[in-house]
Each structure stands twice: as structure tokens, then as C-alpha cells.
Design a protein around this ligand. Structure first.
Ligand code: DX5
Ligand code: ZN
Length: 217
């Protein structure tokens, strides 16, 4: 399964989002990663529905929406209506994760579960066969531009082993501090979706940076 590259719009130029979305449209990116933060689950607020709506209008790539919000189950239909292809909720925010996952799927989206750096992989064993994607946070969620946590490699290997058992088609996404240096090692460990904010949008040539991540192995 060839890996995906998902540029994270959080690192784009919010003064001219359309230009950055169009750059992603023309690039080899597989989807557009969209971070929604509520100032409750994470100590930062990113943006909400009006911005997502305009991302949807301009993006030709599928939207990979990462919810860093409490009570995500309240907004599932709205995210479906705004064109999310993948909707990822945090394990740490869902008391009834099984129900939430199935609500996401019932609205026709792929369901993802994100884990904070301290959350053990084993907690997913009973739900893995219901999930399309697991997002392993390789930084503490809330901000772009943070340093990659190396223990993530170990978690990727653990998740890959669990996926072989319960969900061979699982997308294993890594989010936070991903760059050309750690990407090959992450792919080797079993990752197949690379989220990249700063290493794409803050680079001299974002289109080329996306291509470089795509050509990594
Ligand atoms: C962090 C977000 C990430 C972030 C990644 O909470 O979930 O998606 O945008 O940005 P970089 O690649 O700069 O760490
Ligand atoms: Zn994210």
C-alpha cells in the first residue's frame, strides 16, 4: 500500500488560504489534513466551520479532518455536510468510542481514532477492526512546529503488529514534527500516512517538499 502524504493546513498562510490550498491541489498530496481545535481538549483554538467550508470549496483533495475537541459526537453530521472524507476523533475524548465510530461511518465518512503520545496502543485492540485509520500523535496535540517524539517509532511498530492481526488495511497516520529525516524510518516501521505541516509550508518549495515526502521509502 503506497503511503499517503497529507499536508496540514494549520501551517499555511491564513492571509491567503486559497493560494495554499491550490498549491496542494496541484501537488502530489493525497489529502488535505485539517486540524480543528477547541481550546478545551487542547490549549489552542484553530478555526471552525466557516473556514472548513471554504477549504472544501477550494480543495480538490479529500479532507482528512482531525478533531481535537471534546464531545466530537455532537458535530459529526456538520463535518459530513462540510465534505470531510476522513473524520478522526481522539480516543481521550470519547467515552462511547464504538458508537461514535459507527456514527461517523453511518454518515459515509471513513473513521479515524487519534492517540496522544502517552496513550497506549493496546487500548485499540477491541475496536481496531471497526476503524479505517489510526492517527498516532508524535507531538502533544495543539500546535504545529513541535519536535517529533522518537518513542513514536515504537508505537508504530506495535500498531502495525496489532493491525496485521485485526485490520490489515488500516491506515497508520503520523502527525507532528514529520519531516524528510524521520519519514523513511516511520514508513519502515509501518506508517502509511504522513501528515506534514511545517516541513511543507515553511519550506522554500512546498510542492517539492510534498513530492519528496511522497517519494520517500
Ligand atoms: C498538531 C496538529 C498537527 C500539526 C502538524 O496538534 O494535529 O496536524 O498541524 O504540524 P507540524 O508538521 O508542523 O508538526
Ligand atoms: Zn493533526
Amino acid at each position: 500500500m503506497k503511503h499517503w502524504v497529507a499536508p496540514s493546513i494549520l501551517a499555511a498562510n491564513f492571509g491567503n488560504l486559497q493560494a495554499d490550498v491550490e498549491m496542494v491541489n496541484r501537488s502530489q498530496a493525497d489529502c488535505l489534513h485539517v486540524d480543528i481545535m477547541d481550546g478545551r481538549f487542547v490549549p489552542n483554538i484553530s478555526f471552525g466551520f466557516p473556514v472548513l467550508k471554504s477549504l472544501q470549496q477550494h480543495s480538490s483533495k479529500p479532507l482528512d479532518v482531525h478533531l481535537m475537541i471534546i464531545e466530537p459526537e455532537k458535530y459529526i453530521q456538520q463535518f459530513a455536510d462540510l465534505g470531510a472524507s476522513i473524520l478522526t476523533v481522539h480516543y481521550e475524548t470519547c467515552t462511547h468510542l464504538h458508537r461514535t465510530i459507527h456514527q461517523i461511518k453511518d454518515f459515509g465518512m471513513q473513521a479515524g481514532v487519534a492517540l496522544n503520545p502517552h496513550t497506549p496502543i493496546g487500548l485499540l485492540s477491541a475496536i481496531l477492526h471497526d476503524i479505517d485509520l489510526v492517527c498516532l500523535m508524535s507531538v502533544n496535540p495543539g500546535f504545529g512546529g513541535q519536535k517529533f517524539i522518537p518513542y513514536t517509532y515504537h508505537k508504530v511498530r506495535q500498531l502495525k503488529a496489532l493491525a496485521n492481526e485485526y485490520q490489515p488495511n488500516l491506515r497508520i497516520e503520523i502527525d507532528g514534527g514529520v519531516n524528510l529525516e524521520n519519514a523513511p524510518k516511520l514508513l519502515k516501521a509501518g506508517a502509511n500516512v504522513l501528515v506534514a505541516g511545517s516541513s511543507v509550508f515553511k519550506s522554500a518549495n512546498p510542492t517539492q517538499s510534498i513530492l519528496d515526502l511522497k517519494n520517500c521509502f
